[in-house]
Design a protein around this ligand. Structure first.
Ligand code: PGA
Length: 254
């Protein structure tokens, strides 16, 4: 079995101006600048990426966006392309976050086109999947997630699949303070790896699977101890550089 390198990614959502991002970067680098055992990623709003590129250049911190267009370029008012993200040093992009699925009505078909485009351009998609509370209570969580994976990753070659990162984010755990128990989260991540194996057995072994949903410095170690959880996608707890650095330290302790 492959040893997968952990990824701890912060999702700032719609928080922080470029000035705030600059002060964050300075404080954060002081604390995580020497971390070599994991990939640290900051997924910031588009408008903060340029300043982060300047502040974090040649550091261990990677940059990511929270969405992108499936088109290469053209008449798509308000959209941002993969090339534009690469221009501001992004190497990752979150795709299919539940807030975009629910609030912006993104469908699996749209997400699949974005995943394909990101991979063609050489960006690593962090594809978010996850069930809502009603679906979990109805015992449908695994089927929902398997369907999302099937549709969002449709048509990818095994080599392309190997560049994908999956984030399992149960919707009921996002921003609610309710984390899935490490056992439930671990079981779903194992089920995800199993489902990925149907598409590409070698890829399934190397694809990092992150858990997201109220991850904090206090619960990260338990989650990371699960064999199929390779990291975390962290919203609220990534907004403070000191707290996020402490969370990363705890993630790497075990
Ligand atoms: P949260 O958000 O950590 O604030 O729950 C996670 C996410 O939405 O990626």
């Amino acid at each position: 079995m492959t040893t997968r390198r952990p990824i701890i990614a912060g999702n700032w959502k719609m928080y922080k101006t470029s000035g705030e991002a600059k002060s964050y970067a300075l404080a954060f680098l002081e604390r995580v600048g020497g971390v070599t055992e994991a990939d640290i990623v900051l997924c910031a709003p588009f408008t903060a990426l340029n300043v982060l590129k300047e502040e974090l250049e040649e550091s261990v911190v990677h940059l990511g966006a929270q969405n992108m267009s499936w088109a290469v370029e053209g008449a798509y008012t308000g959209e941002v392309s993969a090339a534009m993200l690469q221009d501001v040093a992004c190497t990752y992009v979150i795709l299919g976050h539940s807030e975009r699925r629910e609030l912006m009505h993104e469908t699996d078909e749209m997400i699949a086109k974005k995943v394909k485009r990101a991979l063609e351009a050489g960006l690593r998609p962090i594809l978010c999947v996850g069930e809502n509370l009603k679906q979990r209570e109805a015992g449908e969580a695994q089927v929902i997630v398997q369907n999302q994976l099937k549709k969002d990753l449709a048509g990818l070659t095994e080599d392309a699949l190997k560049k994908v990162v999956i984030a399992y984010e149960p919707i009921w755990a996002i921003g609610t303070g309710k984390t899935a128990s490490s056992q439930d989260a671990g079981e779903m991540c194992t089920a995800i790896r199993f489902a990925l194996a149907a598409a590409g057995p070698e890829a399934a072994d190397v694809i990092p699977i992150l858990y997201g949903g109220s991850v904090k410095a206090e619960n990260i170690a338990d989650l990371m101890a699960r064999p199929d959880i390779d990291g975390a996608l962290v919203g609220g707890a990534s907004l403070d550089p000191v707290g996020f650095a402490a969370l990363i330290e705890n993630a790497l302790k075990h």
